[in-house]
Design a protein around this ligand. Structure first.
Ligand code: SF4
Length: 137
């Protein structure tokens, strides 16, 4: 099998633009695991069911934040207001399964996210560990 283009790791460091917190077409959903909903509910001092009713929707069997057009409802001045409880999907950007082919990486990530190529090197194992956390795949 061919080696992935990220075999030798990839440098990444968030530049704080908030761009990945603003939806764009098919990249609009922030999917939520049950643990994500529990963690966010705890932070907001809500029952998980109340958090889910207030902030979530379900599409094709998967929960996601309900606002999937424009900025995330938790984005304040380019910062995440629920940062310590942010969903796994937000923690693992840009190492998402749908991004990790050379074509998508170039078109959807490098062209979009100024953090790629900056900061520390994420090893192949660290990238794989993030890919394995994906809430949908
Ligand atoms: S939860 Fe926070 S990190 Fe995730 S999209 Fe919303 S503002 Fe961004």
């Amino acid at each position: 099998m061919a080696k992935p283009f990220w075999e030798k790791g990839i440098r990444f460091e968030c530049q704080g633009t908030g761009r990945c917190c603003t939806s764009r077409g098919s990249y609009g959903y922030v999917y939520l695991t049950l643990e994500d909903r529990r963690r966010l509910a705890r932070l907001l001092k809500l029952a998980t069911s109340a958090f889910t009713r207030r902030y979530c929707r379900k599409t094709d069997g998967y929960f996601h934040l309900s606002d999937f057009r424009g900025p995330c409802q938790f984005l304040r001045e380019r910062s995440c207001s629920v940062y310590e409880a942010r969903p796994v999907q937000c923690r693992t950007w840009p190492f998402w399964p749908e991004n990790m082919n050379a074509r998508s990486w170039k078109r959807e990530v490098v062209a979009f996210c100024p953090g790629v190529g900056k900061g520390r090197l994420f090893s192949k194992a660290e990238i794989q560990e993030r890919l394995d956390q994906d809430p949908v795949y």
